[in-house]
Design a protein around this ligand. Structure first.
Ligand code: GLY
Length: 370
């Protein structure tokens, strides 16, 4: 059963052809086709809106928001530069300056319109300005819709460390409308798909069954898949907002995956987050096989599915020492130990599994040699 805490999330409505509406206090979620049109329910409690986005979103998504949500059409806007490398203190200062220039007070609502960078930095800037202004997330990417916009992680990168400064703070609401995905580049679509696969593996075998055998551009009922994946994340963070336990399961594929991501960034040939996490999931599924009674045929299934959707990364054995060093710098390392979230079986994960570096090395060799 994927949704282990359905009772926690009070279910408001799901009429045919309307979005799923969940009121999880303090956050309300509107998920699925038509969600934008329903967002007026949230916005009617506010009289002033400031929309934050980047230059890509300005071109592709802002017109859609303005058309579908007339209440915000004439709002003040703040546009920042796009890119993970722009999720920094300078841009946070820029947002605070703009909020000051626009005389924004605590009665206003900040609308974060964009992917993970916008919801991270926008939530952070809002939560710290004048000791906290309320904000709402309108994710426009797959990754944002099923992950970054949900769960209250906000922050910026600092001194080369990802998400080094930030806070857990919930938005008032998250409005997830797949309408924006028509504007998404293929590469970004593929990147988000890795996170959707992850929910199938860690918590939602039913979702895995829906996806298995398909390519990311071939998903028939995209609306259903986005709703299921977002719902999985909501269930997890509702249980464990501050990541003391079950939320750590979301790190499956990420301990080795983040090392791949940093390695390729440092080498000047960056890969997307999803490409890196997909590779990390192969390594960590292999680790699951070594440490638990994880069925090898399920490992084959995972490898087959990931290979059908992601090109293998150009890694060789000479990269392994740097990959291990990068893992040791990760926030998930405690007291120098490499900690993993691994799989017991497809649809069930567990966290705080300590793995010897030699076995981690073998898992990367498995990735390279199979
Ligand atoms: N993206 C992982 C988390 O929200 O905990």
């Amino acid at each position: 059963m994927a949704h282990f805490n359905v009772k926690l999330v009070s279910y408001i409505s799901r009429m045919k052809n309307s979005p799923l509406i969940l009121d999880t206090k303090p956050v309300s979620y509107f998920i699925g086709e038509g969600a934008l049109s329903h967002s007026s329910k949230v916005l009617e409690n506010f009289t002033r809106f400031i929309i934050l986005f980047d230059e890509n979103v300005r071109t592709h998504c802002l017109p859609i928001l303005r058309e579908k949500v007339p209440a915000v059409a004439m709002s003040d806007v703040i546009c920042i530069e796009s890119g993970e490398n722009k999720k920094n203190l300078d841009q946070a200062v820029y947002i605070w300056n703009e909020l000051t220039r626009l005389n924004v007070d605590r009665d206003a609502l900040i609308i974060n319109l964009g992917g993970g960078v916008i919801t991270d930095i926008g939530g952070f800037a809002a939560a710290t300005f004048k000791r906290g202004i309320q904000f709402v997330n309108f994710p426009t990417t797959v990754l944002g819709m099923v992950d970054a916009a949900i769960g209250g992680k906000t922050g910026i990168d600092f001194e080369h460390f990802k998400n080094q400064v930030g806070l857990f703070v919930d938005p008032v609401s998250v409005i997830i409308d797949p309408i924006f995905l028509d504007t998404l580049e293929d590469k970004q679509w593929q990147s988000g798909f890795a996170e959707i696969l992850k929910y199938g593996l860690i918590i939602d075998r039913d979702l895995w069954r829906i996806l298995y055998g398909k390519k990311y551009r071939e998903i028939g009922d995209l609306n259903k898949v986005i709703i299921k994946a977002a719902r999985d994340k909501i269930d997890i963070v509702k249980h464990d907002f501050k990541e003391k336990g079950i939320r750590k399961n979301l790190n499956f594929g990420h301990t080795i995956g983040h090392a791949f991501e940093s390695h390729f960034l440092l080498s000047g040939h960056p890969v997307t987050h999803g490409q890196a996490i997909a590779a990390g999931m192969i390594c960590e599924a292999w680790l699951s096989c070594q440490l638990f009674e994880f069925d090898p045929s399920q490992l084959d299934e995972i490898v087959e599915m990931i290979d059908a959707n992601f090109q293998r990364l150009d890694v060789n054995e000479s990269h392994i020492p740097q990959l291990l060093n990068l893992m040791r710098q990760d926030k998930k390392v405690r007291h120098g130990k490499l900690n993993f979230s691994l799989l017991k079986k497809i649809g069930k994960a567990l966290h705080n599994v300590e793995v010897l570096p030699s076995l981690v090395v073998d898992s990367i060799k498995y990735y390279i040699n199979t």
